[in-house]
Design a protein around this ligand. Structure first.
Ligand code: CO
Length: 208
């Protein structure tokens, strides 16, 4: 990686933006009003703005290993709180991706030190869905399904937060579970049936 090239590319990007709109950065500096909070994986191949075709100012983004929403992670919880309570986003997207290294590692018997407690959350997803997952004979298919179920569980973790429950009562907020299909570049909407899943368990997690 040529670091000088990064600064060259930056200059080119500035010129391109100013050519379209001379006051581009002046407008950008005024503030943000994104309608979407995107929670995705840190994987370098899954570039949020790129795959969504989004411009600066359009999406509030949080990325971590395996797109996790963990209740004691101050980082993701701060992002969710700010996006929902202050920016008042209308949509929250959890976007996983096939061939996720974090999900793959959670399927292996390996001690990864500091990563163990993080990945244990994915192992817990496996435990919650082990009957379905163990019934899948093909290793690749089981891996892909765990990626999808992990997205589903992280969406559920969002709905367990007071910020999201409060927003649900006050206005329209939609949670979406997606997977980036790294084999084709397509975004796949998992069309998770939240009302059906939540009808059984919401009594446990209801805060408001
Ligand atoms: Co990943």
């Amino acid at each position: 990686m040529n670091f000088d090239l990064i600064f060259e590319k930056n200059k080119k990007w500035i010129a391109e933006k100013l050519e379209i709109d001379p006051s581009y950065f002046e407008k950008l500096s005024k503030g943000q009003k994104p309608e979407i909070l995107y929670i995705g994986c840190s994987d370098s191949r899954v570039t949020a703005e790129d795959i969504l075709g989004a411009n600066p100012g359009e999406i509030f983004i949080h990325r971590n290993i395996a797109n996790m929403v963990i209740s004691i992670d101050l980082n993701v919880m701060s992002v969710i709180n700010y996006a929902v309570r202050h920016l008042k986003v209308k949509h929250i997207v959890v976007c996983g991706h096939y061939e996720c290294g974090g999900v793959r590692a959670s399927l292996e018997s390996v001690d990864l030190g500091l990563l163990n407690p993080w990945l244990r959350n994915i192992r817990d997803v496996y435990r919650l869905h082990y009957q379905e997952l163990d019934a899948i004979e093909d290793n690749q298919k089981r891996f892909n399904r765990l990626v999808e179920l992990n997205v589903q569980e992280q969406c559920m973790n969002l709905i367990k937060t007071a910020a999201v429950q409060e927003a649900y009562k006050e206005r329209v907020l939609t949670v979406h579970g997606w997977v980036f299909d790294i084999y084709s570049g397509k975004i796949v909407d998992l069309k998770i049936d939240f009302p059906a899943i939540l009808s059984e368990i919401m009594k446990i997690y209801k805060l408001i």
